[in-house]
Design a binder for this molecule. Structure first.
Ligand code: SIN
Length: 478
């Protein structure tokens, strides 16, 4: 903990907030205070933007190989210091150590991927249709970017924005979630050690996001905003971004359906469901939110799922062997408890769990519910907790209609052994990502993102760098 910076990182220096304010960081497993970090004011945030703006003209011309090498070095350091980063993440966010280690690897993989992409930014050259002219296109960095990242994946949601931005030659102001600033501050230190020039990355920790970030979003020096969080906040940020016509990337809420057809391997579907639901304790936008099982296999699926989920070891994430940590705070636990209470009041059957865990911290039992009515809030709202509602369907058409009956469109999961059905269903699902016979879609080399109210743009893979590049076209007379 002593090695973790507590100050703002602006223009290559670690500084206190103007006025000296601090913000407490809590361990959600105990409710105890872990640390105090700088609580930025609007002046601090504007200084960070000024630094990003000043660093941009030089950084955009740094050789692509050098930009890639910085990312590669940071990847190596993250990998070497995985244990230290994982412990820090577990302490501030609550996820079990095994999951924190997996997140460190996942987060570092974005740096490795974009270290390789930095040298592959290309344009095109073609003879125009008439044969008398030429079309030349070039890709250039969009400019200073603002990133607002969530608490559920404190490192990975940062690296998958910072990686492509640096690879493209953009500069950055980042504001991590107030609940989990320590991982991001540590990442800043690592990038500094990896040789990132001053002002290219600026970290602003703050207890209030809106008032401190809005002036940046409305400032003409900013060229891009990327946000990961709720649809409600994303909508507001898109409105604010309209003033300067910012390029925006939005990774917003989800309500992922998980479909189990009658021809599925039910045991494999249960394994996939454990990952899709219980990874990160269900606190993921891609978490399976609603399970739809064909009536011929629904009882078997729900019973086996409840046996496995009910056996999860709940506890403080720092204890080896723990599989489910606390929720992030009391507000989130109250929301989850309210959703379960609503479902039960409408007649849902509790197969396991269904209650808060008494004692310190924000723990909630791993829970499986069956026989839900489709209008239960648990089915229509994003749960963000370890609760799995199982519903049934009779026909493929009914399953697709139910899956698509939401304003969200981030991820979906399909279990079937029938190839024709798999293609029919995949082509009909209104989501940006699909897990076919697997419960995990996240991958640094693949485009992560949603449709409908789940967002705009893609992060990861070759697609992810496009959000940080503008295409310039030159019409050439020859
Ligand atoms: C999220 O769903 O919140 C991000 C998860 C991921 O990238 O796997």
């Amino acid at each position: 903990m002593d090695a973790v910076p507590r100050q703002l990182f602006i223009a290559g220096g670690w500084v206190d907030a103007a006025g000296g304010g601090t913000l407490p960081v809590e361990d959600p497993a105990t409710g105890e205070r872990l640390a105090e970090v700088a609580d930025a004011t609007v002046d601090d945030a504007m200084a960070a933007l000024a630094a990003a703006d000043q660093a941009f003209p030089t950084f955009r011309t740094l050789a692509p190989r050098e930009r890639g090498d910085i990312l590669r070095r940071a990847y190596e350091v993250m990998t070497d210091r995985c244990e230290e980063l994982a412990l820090l993440m577990t302490l501030e966010m609550g996820k079990p150590l095994a999951e924190a280690r997996a997140e460190v690897s996942y987060a570092a993989a974005f740096f490795r991927w974009y270290a390789e992409e930095a040298v592959r930014i290309s344009g095109r050259y073609t003879v125009n249709e008439s044969g008398t002219g030429r079309v030349l296109t070039m890709k250039q960095p969009v400019g200073p970017c603002l990133f607002i990242t969530p608490w559920n994946f404190p490192l990975a949601m940062g690296t998958r924005k910072i990686g492509p931005a640096i690879a493209a030659g953009c500069t950055v102001v980042i504001k991590p979630a107030r609940q989990t600033p320590l991982s991001m501050l540590m990442l800043g230190r690592i990038l500094e050690e990896a040789g990132l020039p001053a002002g290219v990355l600026n970290i602003v920790t703050a207890s209030t996001s809106g008032p401190v970030m809005e002036p940046l979003i409305r400032d003409r020096r900013l060229r891009k905003l990327s946000f990961t969080g709720s649809t409600e906040v994303g909508r507001l940020l898109i409105e604010q971004s309209a003033e300067q016509v910012l390029k925006v990337s939005m990774e917003l809420g989800g309500n992922a359906p998980f479909l189990v057809f009658e021809d599925a391997d039910v045991d494999a579907a249960v394994e996939g469901a454990l990952i899709a639901k219980m990874r990160n304790g269900g606190e993921a936008c891609v978490a399976a939110n609603r399970f739809y099982a064909h009536e011929a296999v629904a009882d078997e699926f729900a019973t086996k799922l409840a046996e496995r989920i009910g056996a999860f070891r709940v506890g403080r994430g720092t204890d080896e062997g723990v599989q489910l940590g606390p929720l992030i705070d009391e507000a989130q636990r109250t929301k989850v408890a309210g959703l379960v209470a609503d479902a039960v009041a409408r007649g849902a059957q509790v197969l396991c769990g269904g209650s808060r865990v008494e004692g310190p911290g924000y723990f909630y039992e791993p829970t499986v519910l069956a026989k839900l009515t489709p209008d239960s809030a648990l089915v229509t709202e994003e749960i963000f907790g370890p609760v799995a509602p199982v519903l049934t369907f009779r026909t493929e058409e009914e399953a697709i209609t139910a899956a698509n009956s939401t304003e969200y469109g981030l991820a979906s999961y399909v279990y079937t052994r029938d190839l024709s059905r798999a293609f029919r269903v995949m082509e009909s699902l209104e989501t940006g990502m699909i897990g076919l016979n697997q419960g995990m879609v996240s991958n640094a080399g693949a485009p992560f993102g949603g449709v409908k109210h789940s967002g705009l743009g893609r992060e990861g893979g070759p697609e992810g760098i496009e959000d940080y590049l503008e295409t310039k076209y030159v019409a050439m007379a020859v």
